[in-house]
Write a protein that binds this ligand. Sequence first.
Ligand code: MSP
Length: 646
Amino acid sequence: MKRFFITTPIYYVNAKPHLGHAYTTTVADALARFHALLGEDVYFLTGTDEHGDKIAEAARNAGQTPKEYADAISGLFSALWPKLGITPKRFIRTTEPDHRKAVQRALQLVYDKGDIYFGEYGGHYCKGCERFLTEKELVDGLCPDHKVKPEYIAEKNYFFRMSKYQGQLLEHIKANPDFIRPRQYRNEVVSLLESGALEDLCISRPKSRLTWGIELPFDENFVTYVWFDALINYLTAVGWPDDPDFASWWGVAEHLVAKDILKPHAVFWPTMLLSLGLPLYRHLNVHGYWLVRDTKMSKSLGNVVEPLELAAKAGLSGMRYFLLREMVFGADASFTEEAFAGRFNADLANDLGNLANRSLAMTAKYFGGTLPGEGEADPADDALATLATEAVDNFVQLFGAAQFSRALEALWELVRGLNKYIDAMAPWTLAKQGRTARLATVMAHALGGLRLAAVCLLPVMPEASSTLLRQLGADPEKVCLCGPDRDFAPLPAGTTVAATSNLFPRLEAPAREAAPAAPKAAKAAKVEKKPAVRPEPAAEVEYDDFAKLDLRVGVVVSAAPVPGADRLYAVSVDIGEAAPRPVVAGLAEHFKPEDLVGRQVVLVANLKPRKLRGADSHGMILAVKHEGGMALLGPSSVVAPGGRVS
Ligand code: MSP
């Protein structure tokens, strides 16, 4: 059985986990699930890095021993992952005895090989980075990452002959172009190695300065440098040095890190492996940073995004989808509430959610929820099958190459294609014409495509995709992305599907921040002074008069400006009739067309048709005007188009 081994960085236990840590670990989890879905045997490793200056200092500040402190913060990480749907096979801690033993073994091997020597060194030590920075790396005398002046430290220490392996590493990177990916990070490492500036690596700390670390096996007066300790975790977890199974996992190892720790992973680690005589990992996958708007996330700026808060707002699946879809792997990405709601509403509530809602509701309406089997074919069905095959092939190839946003874009070709297929095939017209055989084929194809999309989405949104698969009559535990399961097929005859889906209710877009602040405050003050407008109560009506109104729930299918009328949109609303209803509505000042499409609204369906600015209007969308703008009326959960309001 093919194997796949994926790791995240082991996180320092000097601060609580935030969205950045959650991102890397979510990506690793998605990759692990993706490879399992391809039928592979998967090892997913994460954990905590618990030794070193930083932790010792944080513990001191908290009035705890380093171990007490590490236990508490490590516990926060290990408890968070399952809450985010993340299921590692092993959570490793560098304070565990098997890891400490493996580190000492590695040090001894490298020492015995003559690759460790004792010497004196003076350098700029950055506590944040836990390493000496070279003169070249400093920007205006400061560490470019932590913006602090590193401390100049001169002391006797042990050194690893890293420079000895410079040529060999460069050759390996050149011979394996995607060893470090994406390309920009590979290029960065190649220029560093080609500049010939690689120095030897200081790998010890005298106990007089730091005791919180693993003792060198060949000198009890020193502990090992945190990176030499931490990187070895990738070997310990899969049983190095003694487990006979080690080689089969190590041979397929892939690391996942952000750009902040590129050098330790792309230079320190492979040279350590070369010295140990071990094969190099297969890929180093490097991603950018999550910024909050344009600023680095940091506790001191108070802009840290809490993963659990985000998941509580939009559901776990929404959050995981956003993280994977929004960040172009390798580049920085900006987190804002608006971007989050925008992406969620456009891709999940509108495209996927609407596709699921309407295809299930129509199957319930036309066939009582059980597909009768295919009947009449049409070339459009073959075109849909081709589109599905291409989209899934692209998705699989891109996801496996760590290009998650592009992979999801490719899959959305299928999701949008399915919505277009339904629009073009117009099941409502087929039903009206009594073409049941053709209607059955259309629904089987739409649902078959949706099922395939749901399988692909299992690694990204395990919760929502499992629910969707169950709604489609499939067992999420039994599907895979291999063999015939990966091919497009209409949903088979006799499959019973749920009547509704309702997986992704729209998120309210957060209020936009107005800039500059002063005019906003002035405006707010003005609004407060204005008395609230309370419309006069209307005259009483008899129930019979009210009952004359035919109020229906509908889904907005399209919305576009009416030429020459700033306030009006020409909207079409699906209320389960042969064709969507054209309605002219005064919504343009308050909503963008994309905010409306896919939304369920209430329509006065029996209002006498009239022409507004030259456009036909066959109904009225109900809304409430209020001081903050306008709110649309709709059902509290998704109902089939055409549902009567009474
Ligand atoms: N302990 C070392 C890693 C040792 S691995 C052998 C370490 N720990 S860390 O807690 O600082 O974690 C750094 C990692 O956290 C980044 O490489 C990245 O995976 C994740 N992130 C932390 N902040 C992040 C963002 N703002 N954005 C994206 N990822 C971020 O370095």
